[in-house]
Design a binder for this molecule. Structure first.
Ligand code: AHG
Ligand code: MN
Ligand code: MN
Length: 335
């Protein structure tokens, strides 16, 4: 742990103290982040009681991706929406669990930011007590002075324009990890106090680790270059040991492990998912910004994730992200 272990500081205090550094100090951005942490607190509470509060299981609905919506997905989506739509800091939202733009209701003011989020990442793990998380991404709207409702082009910005990104991971403890473009900070939730405390400031990830993370069950659906890389990862000789394989199946949990311990996360294109599976706006851009801010790399194999110009809010993309040297290594197989 870094020097920050000595400093007893809550996330609200941290946001307020840092606001002047990265914003023109209107307070709007701080309020936005504070409202988001409220949503995370509520979702965390509900996740912790998931087996007790009739919230496990599926709804009757399918989402825009054709996946069965779990009750907890829908619950988390509505908590974020309700925490964020009335603060006056957003002009539009988009969520993995909603078809189009989520407008700000007419009765509330529109502000200069947009929010994109994956309310619960790792749905397939909800019922088996494995880590799940909420991922978020914040941009300034294109015309920062406008007070009108946000439009689609405000949501379709490349990831390098994010002004904040982060996630809340509901694991063996609850961690909130965020960046505003000035390093990665990690907070841990104390459920008895209802507060997130800073536990790691300006976190840097290892430059290399002999670990990879991929759903290897799809081996026969991959391009030859991915198979060659995975064969290499498993190979052993006098100069190299086999890499360890870790795959949780919750992208945010796999990336959290890689942020802390290093390694490579892959979700390549395959014959069933020609664009990969993960969503550019709700998963790859925010996770990519965090990984880059911690010293790592995020690419789709030919382009930096954060430079992709999105065309639709729900689009998917192949991804290779993690420690710098791990990403450069897999890129040699892809070229
Ligand atoms: P979500 O639950 O938000 O739909 O995302 C699930 C994603 C991601 O978290 C994970 O990395 C991936 O699905 C796992 O997919 P496979 O089951 O195909 O490995
Ligand atoms: Mn997801
Ligand atoms: Mn989701």
């Amino acid at each position: 742990m870094s020097n920050s272990i000595n400093k007893l500081i809550t996330i609200e205090r941290h946001i307020a103290e840092n606001e002047a550094v990265y914003n023109e100090a209107t307070g709007e951005f701080s309020r936005l982040l504070r409202d988001l942490t409220l949503a995370m607190r509520v979702i965390s509470r509900e996740v912790r009681r998931a087996g007790l509060n009739d919230i496990l299981g599926e709804t009757e609905k399918e989402n825009v991706h054709g996946e069965q919506v779990k009750k907890l997905d829908e619950f988390a989506h509505n908590i974020v929406r309700r925490a964020m739509n009335h603060g006056g800091h957003l002009c539009a939202m988009a969520s993995e669990e909603a078809d189009g733009i989520i407008p700000i209701p007419d009765v509330y003011e529109c502000g200069k930011y947009v929010l994109l989020f994956d309310p619960l990442d790792g749905s397939s793990n909800i019922e088996v007590n494995v880590s799940i998380g909420t991922i978020f991404s914040v941009y300034q709207r294109i015309d920062a002075d406008a007070t009108t409702p946000g439009k689609m082009n405000d949501l379709l910005q490349p990831g390098f324009k994010q002004v904040a990104a982060g996630y809340c991971l509901y694991g063996s403890c609850t961690n909130l990890v965020y960046t505003t473009g000035a390093g990665v900070n990690i907070f841990t939730f104390d459920p008895t106090l209802g507060e997130f405390f800073l536990t790691k400031e300006n976190h840097r990830m290892p430059e290399f680790s002999p670990q990879y993370s991929i759903n290897e069950g799809y081996y026969n659906r991959w391009d030859e270059s991915i198979r060659k890389f995975v064969n290499y990862a498993k190979s052993e000789d006098d100069n190299k040991s086999a890499y360890g394989l870790r795959y949780i199946g919750t992208a945010v949990a796999d990336i959290h492990r890689i942020l802390l311990h290093g390694g490579l996360f892959l979700y390549p294109a395959d014959t069933k998912n020609p664009e990969g599976k993960l969503r550019l706006l709700y998963e790859l851009n925010p996770l990519g910004m965090l990984v880059e801010q911690a010293g790592g790399l995020a690419t789709d194999g030919s382009q930096r994730i954060l430079e992709i110009q999105p065309e639709t809010i729900h689009q998917r993309r192949p991804v290779f992200m993690g420690s710098k040297d791990n990403v450069n290594e897999v890129l040699k197989f892809l070229s």
